[in-house]
Structure formats: C-alpha cells, structure tokens
Design a protein around this ligand. Structure first.
Ligand code: IPM
Ligand code: MG
Length: 355
C-alpha cells in the first residue's frame, strides 16, 4: 500500500488540489491511500502553526506529498518563523528534498500564449534542477539586528558544502542522460565564493562520473538573458536555491502561463517526494474558481512517476492534459474562459473511463 498526503493549503491551493484529486479518483489506482492534513495559513488559523507536528509526521510517513499553495495577505505581517512560507521551508528541510525538478515545456498549441514570439518558444523543453534545502534560504547567520548606531541591518547567508552541491548535481547529470544530454550549471562564480565552489564541484563530478554528458557553466545574469534570448538552447539547468527560484519563474512565462508548471522535490532514494505547482496561492483570484488546475494535475503526474511507482498512470495524465490543451481548453490565464472545474472536466474527458 502506498500513501499520498494532500496539503491543499491556502488561496487557490484547495481549488487546484481538488481537481488533481478528481483526476486521481478517475485513475482508480489500486493500493493507494489518500489522506489530507492542514498546512500553511490554514494550519496557522486552525492550530497556530503553519506545519503542525501531525502534518509533519504524516508527510514523513507518506510516499508522496501533493501540496497546493501557501501564503496570503492575512498572514503576511507575521514574523518570518510563523508565516505560511516558513511551514513550507520547514517541510522541505524535514523531508530532505534537495533536488527540485521543475520542467518547463511549451505545448505546440500554446506557442502563441507566451509574451515571447512563438518561434522563440515553440517546442521548448527545459528541466530545472534547483537545489532546494540549502543556500541562502537556510544559511545562518540570518536576521535583522540593530547596530550600535541604532541603524538596523538585515543579514542572510549563502553557504553550500561540497556534498550538498554534489548530490544535486549528480541528480541533474543523471536526468540529462535520459534527455538531450546537456547540463547548464548556473552560478555567480565571478562574485561569490559559494558560486566558485559550486562551479569547481560540479566540474569535478562531471569529469569523474558524467563525462558523457555535455556541461556548460553560465553566470546567473547571463542565464536570465539567454533564457529569453534563445531558451531552446537549454536542456537541463542546474542551479542553487535562490537562482532556481528566480529563473524558474522567468521561464514559466516561456510556457505561456505559470499555471501550467508542476514540480517534484526529491531526496534520497526511497524517501517521500514533495510535489507542488510552481505558482503561489494567488490571493487575487482565490475563491473565484478560475485558477488553472493543470500545474496541480501535472504535479500529481510527477508524484505518480517519481514516488508512487505508477509511471503508466503518469503518462496517461500528462497525455490527457496535452490533449485537453490541444482541444482548446483554456482557463483565463491562457486567454480562455474555462473555470477551474471545467478545465478539470476537460482533463477527465481526455482521460476517458478506461484505466
Ligand atoms: C517557490 C516559491 C517558494 C520559494 C516560496 C513560497 C517560499 O516561490 O516554490 O518557488 O521561494 O521557494
Ligand atoms: Mg518561486
């Protein structure tokens, strides 16, 4: 028996996770138990903390965790440690999910949906491998201190060990072997010591174990430019926590909408994976039933593939999403009028009844 834990969270999270749940129910997989737990702002309201102990324990005991979104204006004024986002960072750290896979594809039918010219983005297929449990997101010291002068100073620390760099880089190289065999490693080795260590460690691992994969190094500022100049030059982009956060949002626009993009966060073999749409809680449209559920549905597909030993089901879900898009299904973010539920219906129709 495998277990999938749903963490709908805040804003549009519950709306999009509900559609992923309908897709899962339609698949009617045997030997899969689905549970749900409070998380994020919803958990702050219910239990006073964004990651209640019981939710953490359930996540660590599950095979896969599907998260919707966290955060919103209601909790934005709280101290960092007790915000919804802190719950997400704690969950990522507790689960040890260091390799964050963020695929960015541009479906043929959506080549016109990007703000970039169709001939620049058509056929795009990039996989970001973002380090997720280290770097400046977690580095100590951090905080806001008052200096003797009375002026306040904000501090965050970027730090990476060789081991942290090596394990995520190995993941990226291994994935490149099943794709076009090209890894672009992104850092700021021209300015940051942690970036220099990143570059040296990635190069050494490449020479020792992955020489069959092509490796190029880019500075992060250049990577941002190249991603809009000629995004199809990229296959796998390996980068740290902060640059990965920035560049994957930028790349989302290449696909037509951030509402399309799923992610998988994976740790050591056999450990549960954490799956989440890249989009946030979108408080501006929450509760209106108009959010695009495809990122959540595609995140479910990644969970089926990477943590629930159901690769065929994953392919079926992905094919159904592609068919729905090819058939003209569009939520508002894609210039259409479908509601969240109607987009879910379009995927279910494409999925058919046969399992
Ligand atoms: C993401 C999000 C998160 C991050 C936030 C919600 C903490 O932007 O998953 O990209 O910065 O990692
Ligand atoms: Mg982000």
């Amino acid at each position: 028996m495998k277990t999938l834990l749903l963490l709908p969270g805040d804003g549009i999270g519950p709306e999009v996770v509900a559609e992923a749940r309908r897709v899962l129910d339609r698949l009617a997989l045997s030997g899969l138990a689905v549970t749900e737990a409070p998380f994020g702002g919803a958990a702050i309201d219910a239990a006073g903390t964004p990651l209640p102990d019981a939710t953490r324990a359930a996540a660590l005991a599950a095979n896969a965790v599907l998260m919707g979104a966290v955060g919103g204006p209601k909790w934005a004024g709280a101290p960092y440690g007790s915000r919804p986002e802190a719950g997400l960072l704690s969950l990522r750290a507790a689960m040890g999910v260091y390799a964050n896979l963020r695929p960015v594809r541009c479906y043929p039918a959506l080549a016109g949906a990007s703000t970039l010219r169709p001939e620049v983005v058509a056929g795009l297929d990039i996989l970001f491998v973002r380090e997720l449990v280290g770097g400046i997101y977690f580095g100590e010291p951090r905080g806001i201190a008052t200096l003797p002068s009375g002026e306040r100073e904000g501090v965050n620390t970027q730090r990476y060990t060789e081991g942290e760099i090596r394990r995520v880089a190995a993941h990226a190289f291994a994935l490149a072997r099943s794709r076009r065999g090209l890894v672009a490693s992104v850092d700021k080795a021209n300015v940051m010591e942690s970036g220099l260590l990143w570059r040296e460690t990635v190069s050494a691992l490449h020479a020792a174990s992955f020489a069959d994969v092509e490796l190029v190094h880019l500075y992060a500022d250049n990577a941002a430019m190249q991603l809009v100049r000629n995004p199809r030059q990229f296959d796998v982009i390996l980068t740290d926590n902060l640059f990965g956060d920035l560049l994957s949002d930028l790349a989302a626009e290449l696909s037509g909408s951030i509402g399309l993009l799923p992610s998988a966060a994976l740790g050591a073999a056999g450990r549960p994976g954490l799956f989440e749409p890249i989009h946030g809680s979108a408080p501006d449209i929450a509760g209106q039933g108009i959010a695009n559920p495809l990122a959540a549905i595609l995140s479910l597909a990644m969970a089926l593939r990477h943590s629930l030993a159901a690769p065929q089901a994953a392919l079926r879900v992905e094919a159904a999403v592609e068919a729905a898009i090819a058939g003209g299904a569009r939520t508002r973010d894609l210039g259409g009028t479908l509601t969240t539920r109607e987009m879910g219906d379009a995927v279910l129709d494409a999925l058919g009844d046969a399992c």
